[in-house]
Write a protein that binds this ligand. Structure first.
Ligand code: ADP
Ligand code: TYD
Length: 210
């Protein structure tokens, strides 16, 4: 469901280290320089409560939570993010750029446990019920992405710690997402320099923003 709203909801998706955060920041600054009202946000997180839940999710032992608890925590964080940050910004007509949203749960938790995907979709429908207007899906080979991601040493590597096999599954999951939601998902090649990727992002959003 995409409720009518004056703003524009853009999400960046892709595996860890694929360049989402870097490009989201560059795009937000470029749109702000055009005089637009832009809210740059991220998941898990993006509101005070959701940032507190984030720490529970991204730090510590990869086996810290069961798959079920993890889905509930991501959804709880998303509900708070939606209520406090995303919907108010869209209501006043802002462009909201979120570094990850519900597609991450579909792909990550669906990659870890394919049998839980129907549960992810039902919970989304019950508790979130909002889809982005446009989603850029960054694609990068898992090795390069993992090296870029771990080079950051952010201390938030619980998901990166799941290893290369998991990263390859994620890539397949994002390919499937592109065919499941062709109307709102656009692939972006994440290889090459930051400047080269920025040009691809600009080409991908051209004509979509109101
Ligand atoms: P993500 O948000 O998808 O995890 P980031 O944007 O944080 O990815 O990028 C991961 C790391 O790779 C960061 O240290 C970032 O500076 C670096 N990086 C981003 N884009 C590129 C690029 N095109 N080439 C080389 N390094 C990059
Ligand atoms: P993020 O900080 O965006 O990681 P990165 O910058 O490395 O891409 O997200 C933290 C981790 O949480 C990341 O590995 C993806 C994972 N994640 C899920 O598994 N499910 C979700 O619903 C979300 C939003 C993130």
């Amino acid at each position: 469901m995409t409720a009518p709203r004056p703003g524009f909801f853009l999400t960046f998706e892709g595996a860890d280290g694929s360049g989402k955060s870097t490009q989201a920041k560059i795009l937000a600054e470029a749109l702000q320089a055009q005089g637009r009202d832009v809210v740059l946000t991220r998941e898990p997180g993006g509101s005070k409560g959701a940032e507190e839940i984030r720490a529970l999710l991204v730090e510590g032992d990869p086996a810290r939570w069961s798959a079920y608890t993890e889905i509930l925590l991501f959804t709880a964080a998303r509900r708070d993010h939606l209520e406090r940050t995303i919907l108010p910004a869209l209501a006043r007509g802002a462009v909201v750029i979120s570094d990850r949203f519900a597609d991450s749960t579909r792909v990550y938790q669906g990659a870890a446990r394919a049998d839980l995907r129907p549960l992810v979709d039902r919970l989304h429908e019950l508790m979130i019920g909002v889809e982005p207007d446009l989603t850029l899906v960054f694609d990068l080979d898992p090795e390069t992405g993992l090296q870029r991601g771990l080079a950051r040493r952010s201390g938030e590597d619980r998901f990166e710690d799941l290893g290369g096999g998991f990263q390859a599954q994620l890539r397949a999951g994002y390919q499937a997402l592109l065919s499941d939601y062709p109307d709102r998902c656009i692939p972006v090649d994440g290889t090459g320099s930051i400047e080269a990727v920025t040009k691809r992002v600009q080409a991908a959003i051209a004509g979509h923003l109101p």
